[in-house]
Ligand binder design. Structure first.
Ligand SMILES: [Zn+2]
Length: 400
């Protein structure tokens, strides 16, 4: 087991990162010996942009690389590779407690100037005890333009032992000025077989269930894991896949819309119950107001900040859950279309195959295309912050 084992179906990317980690390790070792080595011309550099479709594991790859950069395994000196997965440097980086690895993940729809300034300030520091100061920005596509410009300066003139790892779906999602200063690493959608193998090997899922989940989610690692291990996720997906045959009339369409939106709200509520109380308690304790003691003067604003953030997270969870449902629906109609056009060899979702055949037989390809368009419209409306119920109702009405 090494840190690279978590990169499912990304052999090429893993090789490049391993080479960079080797050069990075040699560089730090030389610096510590008092030499003045150069990074230019090596496989290592100060700013990386990890791109790849959703589910390809951008954050996972960034974290594995961070761990390899912090690896302190004694084997390295004996010809081994950095990234053993076991030493203190690797382990704390992977679990997120390494003092020199900052992982920025946001529940917000954008990352602003203030937060970015704070990161840039941190990036100027030398590593506290590790080999590199690593800053992982998991949602670099959410930087506002102002924040991007703040970041640009830091990427242009990096501190000698600072590494920026930016993640975004594609290079177009990042300001061109930043993108041009980063080395790009593109991840691919992992093959279904690789995802299934990971579920079996790491999560102990039965082979048949693992293959079904990997096939249904078409190479989206996190979704496949959730589908294979979470009963609720499976139930929700089945409900979504039943939708096309349910929306026969107006009443049914409106009911289906309400249910879909309710399920997403329920998801957000469950996540809130798991996280909000704990966060609030921790913050109160940090402010010296644990066990219902009164908040110290002047700290109400901090508490309010946390509440606002929790509200925004709930909104985002609800949107994400709806988005998953829409992805499943799109896949369903794509299968219907394939069937209607006579390419039914590779039907994706095993459990919906009967339903796909029935819908395909009862409708025409033009209708299927219109329905796919309706799902896409709903997704666009949600992106524009249209009220979820309104957007979903318009969709289910169009699916009749
Ligand atoms: Zn290690």
């Amino acid at each position: 087991m090494t840190v690279w084992d978590d990169l499912v179906g990304q052999d090429q990317a893993a090789e490049r990162l391993a080479a960079a980690a080797r050069d990075a390790d040699a560089y730090v070792t030389a610096v510590e010996r008092g030499e003045r080595p150069e990074l230019s011309g090596s496989s290592m550099t100060h700013a990386w942009l990890f791109t790849g479709p959703p589910g390809s594991g951008r954050p996972t790859a960034a974290r594995a690389f961070a761990a390899a950069l912090q690896c302190v395994s004694p084997d390295r000196a004996l010809g081994g590779q950095p990234g053993c997965g076991f030493c203190d440097g690797c382990h704390t980086s992977l679990v997120g407690t390494h003092a020199d690895v900052e992982i920025v993940r946001t529940d917000l729809l954008s990352i602003g100037v203030k937060e970015t300034r704070e990161l840039v300030r941190r990036a100027q520091l030398s590593p506290a005890g590790g080999r590199w100061q690593v800053i992982v920005l998991e949602d670099a596509d959410r930087l506002t333009e102002g924040a991007g410009n703040v970041l640009l300066k830091a990427v242009e003139e990096p501190a000698p032992r600072t590494v920026w790892l930016l993640c975004a779906p594609s290079t177009e999602d990042v300001l061109p000025t930043i993108r041009s200063r980063c080395r790009q690493l593109s991840l691919r959608t992992p093959p279904v077989a690789a995802v299934a193998d990971m579920l079996i090997r790491r999560d102990g899922v039965e082979p048949e269930a693992a293959h079904a989940a990997a096939r249904a989610t078409q190479g989206h690692v996190d979704r496949a894991r959730r589908l294979a291990t979470d009963e609720r996720a499976r139930a929700r997906r089945l409900a979504v896949l039943r939708l096309p045959e349910r929306v026969a009339d107006v009443g049914a369409a409106l009911r289906a819309a309400q249910e879909l939106v309710d399920a997403a709200a329920e998801d957000a509520k469950q996540l809130a119950e798991e996280l909000d109380g704990k966060e609030t308690d921790e913050l109160r304790a940090a402010l010296g107001a644990a066990d219902g003691k009164r908040l110290p003067r002047g700290t109400a604003g901090v508490m309010k900040d946390l509440e606002d953030r929790q509200k925004r997270r709930a909104t985002r969870t609800q949107r994400d859950t709806l988005d998953l449902a829409l992805t499943d629906l799109t896949a369903f109609y794509r299968d219907v279309l394939a069937h209607q056009l006579g390419f039914s060899g590779g039907l994706a979702g095993g459990e919906s195959e009967e339903s796909v055949r029935r819908v395909a037989g009862a409708t025409r390809p033009e209708q299927t295309l219109r329905r796919m368009e309706a799902v896409l419209d709903c997704r666009r409306a949600l992106d524009r912050n249209v009220a979820p119920l309104l957007a979903v109702e318009a969709m289910t009405m169009a699916l009749r």
